[in-house]
Design a binder for this molecule. Structure first.
Ligand SMILES: [Zn+2]
Length: 136
């Protein structure tokens, strides 16, 4: 077992290894596989196998700078998505306490305690006053 571990470390030295894109591809491939358990489609099977193959080839790659650039491109798209998902989840959790509205003047998102009906809100950033309607 120890020899195997040493050999693996030796094999992976100078190779790229895993990054965020690796895990994203893994999750994507697993997701496709789960869907494919229901629909049993050949194209989906080829697609998920292709993603896994590509994922493994990337991790074994010796062209580290190129792989890092790929990961950087992926993160550029993924990070804003992740941020929006986090904000969305937070708003759902706080739905009984706060409402969020954008200031029409400076576009800052304001966290407002729930006051049902029509209210006038003053933006703390730009002092603009605007109406907010909270129905539920
Ligand atoms: Zn404002």
């Amino acid at each position: 077992m120890k020899r195997f571990k040493e050999k693996l470390v030796e094999f992976m030295s100078g190779r790229y290894g895993m990054d965020q894109l690796y895990y994203a591809m893994l999750l994507l491939a697993l997701g496709i596989m789960m869907v494919n358990m229901k629909v049993d489609n050949l194209i989906l099977m080829i697609l998920s196998d292709g993603i896994i193959l590509l994922m493994i080839l990337r991790s074994f790659s010796r062209n580290i700078s190129k792989r890092a650039r790929e990961n950087g491109k992926f993160l550029k798209i993924w990070n804003p998505v992740k941020r929006n998902v986090r904000i969305f989840i937070r708003r759902i959790k706080e739905i009984r306490v706060y409402r969020y509205r954008k200031c029409p003047n400076c576009k800052k998102t304001l966290q407002l305690p729930i006051k049902r009906g029509k209210n006038t809100v003053k933006c703390p950033k730009c002092q603009e006053k605007f109406n907010v309607r909270v129905i539920l």
